[in-house]
Design a protein around this ligand. Structure first.
Ligand code: LLP
Length: 420
């Protein structure tokens, strides 16, 4: 099923024309398809023929409606801050199905997560392990832990989103993992329950996943031989999606590669997918403010900007950009840029487009790391978000207002003419 079909020249989200959404909610606006989200989740669930807990990586898109949808489908969650855990709880998610990743968990975040009863802390250093043991002891609780192992495999992805190499800050060096597990196993307030790894994001090949899994299994055997029991293997997220011409493995291929290597093991599997659940389930709707032609460049200035979708500016990422309605304007190559005062404020360079001023454009594959990385740079209120469900459109986040933007700020009562 196509979730964003084109019919008679008009682009739709499920059965709602995007132009109607722009009319009703304004632009820029993120639009998600409930059916696409559900379909991606079910594909994971169906592909694994063994005990599997999907822990959706909240950072990819933390809107409460999206978390709530996944919670209703049975999902667990991967969080990287106390704030994300609060979102999971606010959305009706189960803390008992939630893992906590990240290199910098504060004492306060640990207390909160212990109180909430999360499934597991994915511990990333010896210091963190010690702190967690102490805090769990003070709280009279036992913290369930995995060590996030850095398997030193090359994920062959953008350097900013590779995490499994020795030089990355993430996880514990492979050689240090066993000694750390021994410490964990001997700590009175910790209970070892899993092994964790996550090697990077937007992976388009199976081989790095398999290489990481094999190292995890070797470690698992060592732990078993030392009588340190592990009940789950957390293989992280990272499965890529198609933005342009990538050919990432399908969820089925990925599942086959993983499960075929686990046949003889009885551990359950945890996965932390983010992008592959939400990336292609959302787009950013924006309107062309001006077409600007100069001697050797043409610009389409749109009303969304790098503060709304940072990926092109930060990673030089490609997003397909298509007109919402076909017109008879002339075909032209444009740099598609936003109003922010930075040369990096672009969505695409030299892209062929047929558009008029005032036309709507859809920036595709924007469901992951779009809204979640947005900011208020240039005092731009954040975009609205809607979720389409068949013929219905639900506003799931109101467009931010100027008053919300300055709510926490204070003017000092200075008199302007009393300066030095
Ligand atoms: N688990 C952990 C511990 C992670 O750090 C991440 C993503 C995930 C799971 C989910 O990975 P995914 O399935 O989404 O690839 N802002 C970048 C992506 C950063 C990913 C950070 N970690 C982007 O826009 O491409």
């Amino acid at each position: 099923m196509e979730f964003f079909p084109r019919r008679s020249g008009r682009l739709y989200a499920e059965s709602v024309p995007l132009s109607e959404i722009a009319e009703q909610f304004g632009t820029p606006c993120y639009v998600y398809s409930r059916a696409a989200l559900t379909d991606a989740y079910r594909s994971y669930d169906a592909a694994f023929d063994r005990r599997l807990l999907i822990c959706y990586a909240v950072k990819a898109n933390p809107n409460l409606a999206i978390l709530n949808l996944f919670a209703c489908l049975g999902s667990g969650f991967d969080v990287v801050s106390g704030g994300e855990l609060r979102r999971v709880i606010a959305a009706g998610g189960d803390p008992g199905k939630t893992v906590f990743s990240g290199v910098g968990k504060s004492a306060e975040e640990m207390r909160f997560a212990l109180e909430a009863g999360i499934l597991c802390f994915n511990v990333e250093s010896k210091g963190e392990l010690r702190r967690l043991d102490r805090i769990a002891g003070e709280a009279g609780k036992t913290a369930r832990v995995s060590v996030r192992v850095n398997p030193d495999v090359d994920a062959r992805t953008h350097p900013y989103i590779a995490t499994g190499l020795k030089q990355n800050k993430f996880g514990v060096a492979y050689a240090d993992a066993l000694p750390l597990y021994r410490i964990a196993a001997a700590s009175p307030n910790l209970q070892v329950t899993g092994i964790d790894c996550h090697i990077g994001s937007q992976l388009t090949e199976i081989a790095p996943f398999v290489a990481a899994l094999e190292k995890i299994l070797t470690l698992l055997d060592r732990l078993t031989s030392e009588n340190i029991q592990v009940s789950h293997l957390d293989l992280g997220g990272g499965l890529g999606i198609r933005y342009r011409n990538e050919l990432p493995p399908s969820i089925d291929e990925y599942a086959r590669a993983v499960t075929s290597r686990l046949a003889a093991r009885d551990q359950s599997i945890l996965l932390e997918p983010g992008r592959s659940l939400v990336g292609n389930a959302g787009l950013l709707l924006t309107r062309v403010e001006y077409l600007k032609h100069s001697e050797n460049k043409n610009f389409a200035v749109v009303d969304a900007a790098m503060n709304d979708l940072l990926r092109p500016a930060l990673y030089d990422a490609w997003h397909d950009i298509v007109p919402v309605e076909e017109t008879d304007a002339s075909r032209c190559r444009y740099d598609i840029v936003g109003p922010v005062c930075e040369s990096a404020d672009f969505f695409a360079r030299d892209r062929e487009l047929v558009v008029n001023e005032g036309a709507l454009l859809a920036v595709l594959s924007a469901g992951a790391y779009g809204m979640s990385m947005s900011s208020n740079y240039n005092t731009r209120p954040r975009a609205a978000e809607v979720m389409v469900d068949g013929g219905k459109v639900h506003l799931i986040r109101e467009r931010e207002t100027f008053d919300q933007l300055i709510a926490g700020e204070k003017r000092l009562a200075l008199s302007c003419d009393s300066g030095p």
